[in-house]
Design a protein around this ligand. Structure first.
Ligand code: NAD
Ligand code: WQD
Length: 332
């Protein structure tokens, strides 16, 4: 049985669908601070199975211990945490508290129950922005905001944990920019308030919730001056977790692995791809650069292929189509 923390969230819910398809039994723990209980019912509809889920805060040690006593957990996929970069700058303590405390509590309980297989949601944000692109897993690390530092610190904590007890088997998955949604249109990203990320902003412009897109800078040293990122379909990303789960199953160690496509798209390229995929027009204006942004960030993906036997398959057209379907069927 796999424990999925934060399994009602954007990436967690898609991973649960893939777990189910791959024949894994799983239980979700989520406190629904950034997701809806309805996602559990929708997961049931997509998978045709009764979804096991516990409403609890992962920082609540007794509650997490209870889960390990009640279910025969073999491995944990740990998504639970806060993820909004801007919010982490204004509320650093809350970000450090939630992200680090969740992981500490979880690992303590895992140790006590002798469960030592863990997949952790890290981020491309742990890489210093002055690395040469594409960035591989050995590139220099360093962050620009508390959210990023919380991931950086947790990676270090997990390396120290393995050093202290080499029975642990840990994958630090560094996600690039997940977008898109399940093709059913039933699960997807639920931004709270005005979205900060590009794709949910675009879909809300198209649905009329927002007036126009602000393109943050057109004077970067990139193909057309706008920022370049490695967008990956959330379903591809979810499948990466199944490969990682198989990888950590029969060995010990701690490995950081990039999950991206290896291909960068500029903001203008995304706008055009979205318009082409959906037939919608995206009104936009060029605005000034956003603080903390870098010109380009995309992954070297060889390690994921070599170690996990995984690579991303879904194209930008599909990412845009699925993001659009999700917004169109859930805009209220
Ligand atoms: P999300 O907010 O949609 O999902 C996180 C889930 O964790 C939510 O359902 C939330 O309710 C839950 N949660 C938060 N704190 C909790 C707590 N203390 N106890 C129990 N549940 C709690 O985010 P997501 O986009 O699915 O991201 C999942 C993970 O991947 C996060 O750790 C995030 O930092 C990381 N990540 C996300 C991205 C991205 O762009 N979405 C990129 C890189 C890394
Ligand atoms: C993408 C591009 C913007 C919004 C963030 C986090 C990162 C990771 C993924 C968690 C950039 C431009 C955006 C808009 C725009 N999350 N943009 N107008 O900044 O690469 O990464 O999410 O780990 O840690 O930092 O993603 O989607 O915000 O931006 O022009 O309204 O779109 O400048 O070039 P980012 P994003």
């Amino acid at each position: 049985m796999i424990l999925v923390t934060g399994g009602a969230g954007f990436i967690g819910s898609h991973t649960c669908v893939e777990l189910s398809d791959a024949g894994f039994d799983f239980v979700i723990v989520d406190n629904f601070t950034n997701s809806s209980k309805e996602m559990i019912d929708r997961l049931g509809s997509i998978t045709g199975k009764r979804i096991k889920s516990v409403t609890a805060d992962v920082r609540d040690k007794d509650a997490v211990s209870d889960i390990f006593s009640k279910f025969d957990i073999d491995a944990v996929i740990h998504f639970a945490g806060y993820k909004a970069v801007g919010e982490s700058v204004s509320a650093p303590l809350s970000y450090y508290r939630n992200n680090i405390d969740c992981t500490l509590t979880l690992c303590e309980v895992m140790s006590e129950h002798n469960v030592k297989k863990l997949i952790f949601s890290s981020s491309a944000t742990v890489y210093r922005s002055d690395n040469k692109m594409p960035v591989d897993e050995n590139a220099a690390l360093g962050c620009t905001n508390p959210y990023g530092w919380s991931k950086f610190m947790i990676e270090q904590m997990l390396r120290d944990l393995y050093a202290s007890d080499n029975k642990w088997s840990i994958a630090l998955l560094r996600y690039f920019n997940p977008i898109g949604a399940h093709s059913s249109g039933m699960i997807g990203e639920l931004p709270s308030g005005t979205p900060n990320n590009l794709m949910p902003y675009i879909t809300q412009v198209v649905s009329g919730k927002l007036e126009k897109l602000h393109v943050f800078g057109d004077d970067y040293p990139t193909i057309d001056g706008t920022g370049v990122r490695d967008y990956i379909h959330v379903v591809d990303l979810a499948k990466g977790h199944i490969s990682a789960l198989r990888y950590i199953n029969d060995k010990s160690g701690v490995e950081a692995v990039n999950l991206g496509t290896g291909r960068g798209y500029s903001v203008l390229e995304i706008i055009h791809a979205f318009e082409k995929a959906t037939g919608e027009k995206i009104p936009y204006v060029i605005d000034k650069r956003r603080d903390g942004d870098t010109a380009a960030c995309f992954a070297k993906v060889g390690k994921a292929k070599e170690l996990l036997g995984w690579e991303a398959n879904l194209e930008i057209n599909k990412m845009c189509e699925d993001a659009y379907r999700w917004e169109s069927s859930n805009s209220n």
